[in-house]
Design a protein around this ligand. Structure first.
Ligand SMILES: Cc1ncc(COP(=O)(O)O)c(C=O)c1O
Length: 307
């Protein structure tokens, strides 16, 4: 059995003990992937307090994902925001990862989910550096996956649905078994999409490029933060279609996500990207991001919610 991650889990309006947070094998989500979730980070701030980064936006995306799958969440967004803050307090974390998950619970068997009740749990745990301790500084080696992302009219990538992560797991397992940290997938047209859990940015001649929403990506909240920070630093940002080969000839490539933060990609398919180290623009964005999330720089967008 895996180790216990936290003391209490918020379930449908109350905190329950870790050991009681079980589900029945006939839970719809287990059979049919009918769950939508979020991944949020709470950081220890410069003043020693804790702050959750972009909590409102994550909760909003959770409701957007649920809406796409016709799941009705029985609580207003404000209550879920409060429950996330309470989950950090109750479990006495300074810094942690939060995983609110909305799922079709035990009810009738069969694909049709409409009669299954919708539950909402919030889990918290300590999650260090997602792609390894040295990743943020030295960068990681990635590969282009042989698996492509689903098209937007199969399972839509802007909904953070559990079923999307079946594809994510294929990408991740292929990468790991070939000795890479992560895989980057192309979309059905063969153009750059995203990693199994990160959005991708490609830097060339001082311009930051990233695929648009039409390329089977999750509309990442870190991606949005990166674009704001770059524009603030007068670094041009362009959302456009990016061909696979452009990645190899880029000056810098980096991945971003709540879990991965800002991770430089030093090689792709064993081709060195730029100088093979964290590039100057990646370094500036990474520092600005980490300063913002940890309260070391001015929070002009009011992105940090203090616990
Ligand atoms: C498939 C996928 N793309 C991108 C991201 C990055 O999104 P965010 O920055 O909102 O964490 C994630 C992480 O949740 C993801 O799972």
């Amino acid at each position: 059995m895996s180790k216990q991650l936290c003391e209490k889990i918020w379930r449908n309006g109350e905190f329950i003990n870790w050991a009681d947070a079980t589900v029945h094998i006939c839970t719809h989500a287990i059979h049919y992937g009918s769950a939508v979730f979020e991944g949020i980070r709470c950081y220890e701030l410069a003043d020693g307090k804790s702050g959750i980064f972009r909590l409102r936006e994550h909760v909003r995306r959770l409701y957007d994902s649920a809406k796409i799958y016709r799941m009705e969440i029985r609580f207003p967004q404000e209550e879920v925001i409060k429950a996330c803050l309470e989950a950090v307090r109750v479990n006495r974390f300074k810094a942690c990862y939060l995983r609110p998950i909305v799922y079709r619970d035990f009810g009738p068997m069969g694909v049709n989910p409409l009669k299954n009740p919708v539950s909402l749990d919030i889990i918290t745990w300590d999650w260090g550096k997602y792609l390894g301790d040295e990743a943020l500084e030295k960068g990681v080696d990635m590969m282009i996956s042989s698996w492509q992302r689903n098209t937007t009219n199969s399972t839509p990538s802007i909904a953070k649905c559990a079923s999307n992560y079946a594809s994510g797991a294929l990408i991740k397992m292929e990468a790991l078994s070939n000795g890479y940290s992560e895989g980057i997938a192309l979309d059905a047209a063969g153009m750059l999409s995203e990693g199994s859990g990160e959005n991708i940015f490609v830097v060339r001649d001082g311009v930051i490029n990233t695929p648009g929403i039409g390329h089977s990506i999750l509309s990442g909240i870190t991606r949005d933060t990166v674009m704001r920070l770059a524009r603030d630093m007068n670094i041009p940002v362009v959302e456009r279609t990016i061909a696979r080969a452009e990645l190899y000839t880029a000056d810098e490539v980096f991945a971003c996500g709540t879990a991965a933060e800002i991770t430089p990609i030093r090689s792709l398919d064993k081709i060195t990207i730029g100088s093979g180290a964290r590039g100057p623009i990646t370094g500036r964005i990474q520092k600005a991001y980490l300063d913002l999330v940890t309260g070391k720089s001015e929070d002009k967008w009011n992105f940090v919610t203090r616990v």
